[in-house]
Design a protein. Structure first.
Length: 117
């Protein structure tokens, strides 16, 4: 996830390294946490974030069931929050780090091209 968010950040503005990513793992998440979250309609997922301020973070996040990022199995999801278009979410099957990076970059370029039309 840290590498994926770094790739996305570099595609958007460049100059970032994976060493900049503020990491918080899932080792402190217990089965009790998962059960409690589920009972309230949430799941806990590892999420990467690239902020408007240029900060890179990866850590566990509570996601409402049905949220666009609440994917399972081999699916990956990425959400872009754009000023004019609002949130745009892309979901696809994960196929490994290089294939995923290539797919995300390809999708970003398609979004940018659509915005220029």
């Amino acid at each position: 996830t840290a590498y994926k968010i770094t790739i996305i950040a570099n595609t958007i503005e460049g100059g970032h390294t994976v060493d900049e990513v503020e990491l918080k793992g899932i080792e402190e998440i217990t089965s009790r946490d998962l059960v409690e979250a589920a009972s309230k309609g949430y799941s806990i997922k590892l999420v990467g974030e690239f902020t408007e301020e240029g900060e890179l973070r990866v850590g566990p996040s509570k996601l409402k069931r049905g949220d666009a990022l609440d994917v399972y199995g081999t699916l990956n999801a990425v959400e872009f929050r754009m000023k004019r278009a609002g949130p745009v979410c892309l979901v696809g099957k994960g196929a490994g780090p290089f294939e995923t990076a290539a797919a995300i970059i390809r999708d970003i370029f398609e979004i940018v091209e659509e915005g220029e039309r």
